[in-house]
Design a protein around this ligand. Sequence first.
Ligand code: BGC
Ligand code: BGC
Length: 802
Amino acid sequence: MGRFGFLMAAAAMAVSVAACTAQQDGKTVNPQNWPEAKSVGLIDDATEAKIDALMARMSLEEKIGQMIQADIGSITPEDLREYPLGSILAGGSSPPLGHPDRSPAQPWIETSRAFNAVAMEEREGHVRIPLMFGVDAVHGNSNVVGATIFPHNVGLGAMRDPELMRRIGQATAEETAAAGMDWAFGPTLAVPQDERWGRAYEGYSEDPDVVASYAAPMVEGLQGTPDSWGIQGGHVAASVKHFLGDGGTTDGIDQGDTQVDEETLIRVHNAGYPNAINAGTMTVMASFNTWNGVKMHGNRELLTDVLKGRMGFDGFIVGDWNGHGQIPGCINTDCPQTFLAGLDMAMAPDSWKGLYDSTLAAAKDGTIPMERIDDAVRRILRVKFKMGLFDTARPFESRTAVIGSAEHRAIAREAVRKSLVLLKNDGVLPIKASANILVAGEAADDIGRQSGGWTLSWQGDGNTNADFPGATSIYAGIAQAAQAGGGTATLSTDGSFSQKPDVAIVVFGELPYAEMRGDVRTLEFQPGDKQALALLKRLREQGIPTVSVFLSGRPMWVNPEMNASNAFVAAWFPGSEGAGIADLLIGGDHDFSGTLSFSWPKTAGQFVLNQGQDDYDPLFAFGYGLTYAKGGDVPQLSEVSGIDASLANTSLFFTRGRVPEPFTLSLADAVTRSAVDSETAQEGAMRLTWNGAGSVSIDGPELALVRETNADMNIQVTYRLVTPPSGAVEMKLGAASVNIADVLDGSDGWHMLRIPLKCLRDAGADVESVTSPFALSADAPFAMAISDVRLATDPAGTVCPN
Ligand code: BGC
Ligand code: BGC
């Protein structure tokens, strides 16, 4: 197959999401094929004796409770009196008790204490067992305001520096322990093979060896080594995830099906686990995905025979967010199958009560044998002992000064420097510190944008610089460097200036995202809306050399942007220490050392592009990265994306005064349209005027919006009311219609209307097949200006009329 053929095949694959069939029927494994490993330090006679004594006093209810974890958004400390659960977590959207999202450490500490106080209180007939409190401390303790935010794993992979990983792990552990938690849901040991996957950035590399080389140092960084384990010393339990095959799903679909043979599952996806187990990882998190159709949460061979048997894992297996409920025959509140398969603790965020009741019943009627329950409880208690949780002293909790400390920020800044990959440089870099620098682009002074998902909020959206005390934006770091070197740095998001600069640094890239919301159907950057490209071209037309700093969770097709840049830096999601970028760009004191841990595509359709493949034909190969010392430029690149535009844009329906491809606008009956200014751009909006009955619709190819609906996305319209409606205004999606007349804001200026897809589905829309993602109709005169219509993730202010 020629390259063209490959691209077409890849493009066709992208649409046939549902049509794939298992290539292998490989659903069974032979444990003898798997590597041997052994949990080091977890089992010793003295501890096992303590567990025996404790278990002898526990009721069946208390044992079942240990096996269930609730989310603090759905349980109160008082609930623990009736339901003696073993663990709580704070999901990405769950704030500390009685406080808003984006809280500093103190409310988190109080939350932890409030729950543990009930678990540890003296009560008649109650065995006191400390809770474990888990959190997604996946790039620093990133739920807590003021924490050091480290680069996401995609950037850390580019460093190839296991020793630095250990220091990052240790700093993360200290900031987690100081905030009252004792368990980090990381590191992710996924080996992402298809960069359309929205969680690709949570993986270190497409290369199993890189992942394997980081597993032990990161686990040891978080947990310490057996002689130093324990919360008292500022260590937390690790949870390597997601076992197994999360990075291998077909078409890069989150929580999808990994269709590989056993040999590939072992060689690629299991690469990091033996090292993590040997390093003593206390927990492993089961994955949402299936392997050749079988849900991992129900896969006894892999969880029990392989992980606990052959690979000698003596800690406990925790489930993922209601992951058990996805096993055929299970629901979130009832699933003995998962415990029978080997799961020890189910993550039952909002379903804990029902799951507790049904699991207790399944224990009583023998559906789950007592030996299995005792094994699960023993493993959980083992970890609690090893973590020192029975010792109620928490010296680290009072050390909140470690959160965002200068020392930790210095580690993060070092990681930023080492993670940047210089893709192109015609000699414009390094910039002299005495230069006059224009700093442009929407992400230039936005710490939320540079931090990505899993930062203060689940998706990483809705953050402002004020939410990051002590952090440094990319612009602020450049300004510091310029000031120190006698130059100037001027921030101008749109790239306008009054005095011509010597050079422009343009910061742009992907918006933050997490989990399924980050899945894309093309690797083209900004399909249908080449806003960053336009900015780069505008600067170059004025004779200003451009340096692009590209923020992304994956390699993307950016050939046009690269052609319009004199230098191009892949910065990933660097986190809170934006000054690490100026360290490399300005002055020349530091050279680049980062090299790609993911192959960079030559076309937007090279979804599955991994070194070692037959036909491997990347733009920049795995391991590529320029340095000042060696130099090297990139010639003019092809601007043919290689992929059908109709695949590209599935979420942007109107922007900057126009309807982007592949969508089209049609007006019917008494509606007219004219161009008007938007808040930010001349003629950036359209005014729609109903002189009588009429309708407007934006139409395109068939879209399946099921996953977007399940992920709580909404249709977001930015509008200004010109003439208030005198009757109903129906917003339509397929057969559904909701009257928005009463929810439109008639006050001056631009407003946002967000209608959840779930609302439209409940009103009758077939979200499996949408050909008009946006339509309005009215019978009576009315006029509104619209500047933007898109599918959005931010849930703030959503309404469901009717
Ligand atoms: C994710 C996990 C995460 C958990 C708790 C799940 O949806 O897949 O990676 O640790 O939620 O937030
Ligand atoms: C939680 C996340 C979780 C996700 C799973 C969110 O509401 O905050 O932690 O991973 O749901 O779908």
